[in-house]
Design a protein around this ligand. Structure first.
Ligand code: NI
Ligand code: MN
Length: 227
């Protein structure tokens, strides 16, 4: 079964599986690289990894327009309820839940999670998505951590890893992450959106190809991959 994913830039993807559309970290408004406007995306599900503006993004507006189910940690759910978002599902780190279209498990991430208004946003998360027979690890915002090895033990078909440095792993640590996770495929994200996270993803891809078995796809915003 094919899982399709479209990268809108930064940490924002649209995954499509059996006609269900799952949007992650929809930072579109104010994102200079965004490949879509918030009005152009119509997800069934939105998953938010943490409260920072470049991940929460347009979640409230898109959720209210589409009625999409919003999945996030419990603290972000409380904040979303205060914004009038009704269709929501709280989870927390280490917990998986089976939805009709697939299973979502939240992983640890070493980062922050304050909401844009300064409210408490709980702990940040990475995402493990089990869509049909594919296992996808979307690390979202995190530094390198050794427990990525545990995530790799699941047998990851695709790892989505930040390489931007400064706020998250940079290229060196993201390469170490590939070695810990040993995914079949990897896609770099969270670079070039702002000058402080400018990187050369092709140079990184060459290092990954030279030092690991992983297939690397460097995407341009708007590109689609099929798994
Ligand atoms: Ni962040
Ligand atoms: Mn970020």
């Amino acid at each position: 079964m094919t899982v399709k994913l479209t990268w809108y830039s930064h940490a924002c993807f649209m995954f499509e599986v059996n006609g269900t559309r799952i949007l992650t970290d929809p930072f579109l408004t104010g994102n200079p690289l965004a490949a879509a406007s918030p009005e152009e995306v119509s997800p069934d599900v939105i998953i938010v990894s943490h409260g920072h503006g470049d991940h929460l993004g347009d979640t409230v507006a898109i959720a209210k327009r589409t009625g999409a189910l919003v999945i996030s940690n419990f603290e972000i759910q409380n904040w979303l309820a205060g914004q009038g978002v009704q269709n929501a599902h709280p989870q927390h780190i280490g917990g998986a839940h089976a939805f009709p279209w697939g299973t979502v498990k939240l992983t640890i991430a070493h980062h922050g999670s304050a909401m844009p208004d300064g409210s408490y946003g709980g702990n940040p998360a990475g995402l493990l998505l089990y869509l049909e027979d594919k296992k996808i690890y979307h690390a979202c915002d995190t530094g390198l951590f050794y427990d990525m090895k545990l995530i790799g033990e699941e047998g990851i078909d695709l790892a989505i890893l930040p390489i931007g440095d400064n706020f998250t792993m940079g290229p060196d640590d993201a390469l170490r992450a590939v070695k810990l996770i040993a995914p079949a495929r990897v896609v770099p994200i969270h670079y070039d959106t702002f000058p402080v996270i400018a990187q050369d993803p092709h140079a990184w891809a060459r290092r990954v190809r030279a030092e690991t078995e992983a297939r690397v796809d460097v995407l341009s915003p708007g590109d689609t991959l099929a798994l």
